[in-house]
Design a protein. Structure first.
Length: 268
């Protein structure tokens, strides 16, 4: 099977007022992919000042990691009330440029033919960078990169994204609130993306693929736990399943099972 890759910034997260910890799609995707018997690699950035806090936890997941120093680190403060979340953006991470995608990132991707891009803000991956990353590859994108404006303060989603961001995307993963913003009154097919997954928390997920919409129920988790990163984990495992030839709904069911296992570990 072809190797997989995840690319995105690490984040410094403060959840429910506790001590800062590692976050970001690069980390949460790695946590999920380590449970699968698939070659995968992670390409990421953060500031040198945050390296000691963030990078060791990612490396500990056991996947090959390519890290590059940047001038800033994504940072968030999160508060949960069940499935409801309030988020404050405390810092924006670095942009990934098209030149990087043609240079060191291309070398780091190696033979990966399926790539999940995990932006934390709209400024992380411009359209021209996504175009480079998609060249000769199947590209999966987290919808945070569409609806999260590049500003600090309370997170307020909006639809002011460049439609060119979706031109080379084969799989788009959206959380429920992101789907409301991105889709609005549109149908799934209006976005022009072949596959769209909407995660609904404890409500499961919706999988739309080439005109067919299916609902996949969630796996029950006995205790209420911090769900940070569940959507990232879902996206990574879904990509792995699709790259292995599983149909969309079957890939979503596998992703649901792995996410439940990760949440159960967090509750233990």
């Amino acid at each position: 099977m072809p190797p997989l890759a995840v690319i995105g910034n690490l984040a410094r997260d403060v959840v429910d007022g506790r001590a800062p910890r590692v976050g970001g799609g690069a980390f949460h995707c790695a946590r999920a992919l380590r449970l699968l018997d698939r070659p995968a690699r992670v390409i990421t950035k953060c500031a040198e000042a945050d390296r000691a806090l963030l990078l060791p936890a990612l490396v500990a997941q056991g996947l090959p990691v390519r890290w590059r120093q940047s001038g800033s680190t994504s940072a968030f403060a999160l508060q949960y009330r069940g499935d409801e979340r309030e988020m404050e953006v405390e810092g924006l991470g670095p942009e990934w440029t098209a030149d990087e995608a043609r240079g060191w990132v291309r070398a780091a991707l190696g033979g990966a033919r399926w790539v999940h891009v995990a932006p934390l803000a709209r400024s992380d991956f411009p359209a021209e960078t996504l175009a480079e990353l998609a060249s000769g590859r199947t590209l999966s994108l987290d919808g945070q990169g569409l609806v999260r404006p590049a500003r600090t303060g309370p997170l307020e989603l909006d639809r002011d994204f460049d439609p060119a961001l979706l031109e080379h995307v084969q799989v788009l993963k959206l959380a429920e609130d992101e789907a409301r913003v991105v889709l609005g009154d549109l149908d799934f097919e209006d976005l022009g993306v072949p596959e769209i997954i909407v995660t609904l928390g404890s409500g499961g997920s919706l999988v739309w693929a080439r005109g067919k919409l299916e609902r996949v129920p969630a796996c029950p988790v006995r205790e209420l736990v911090d769900p940070t990163g569940a959507g990232d984990a879902f996206a990574a495992v879904y990509m792995a399943g699709r790259s292995a030839g599983r149909p969309p709904a079957a890939a979503a069911r596998q992703a649901t099972s792995v996410v439940a296992a990760l949440l159960a570990r967090r509750a233990a």
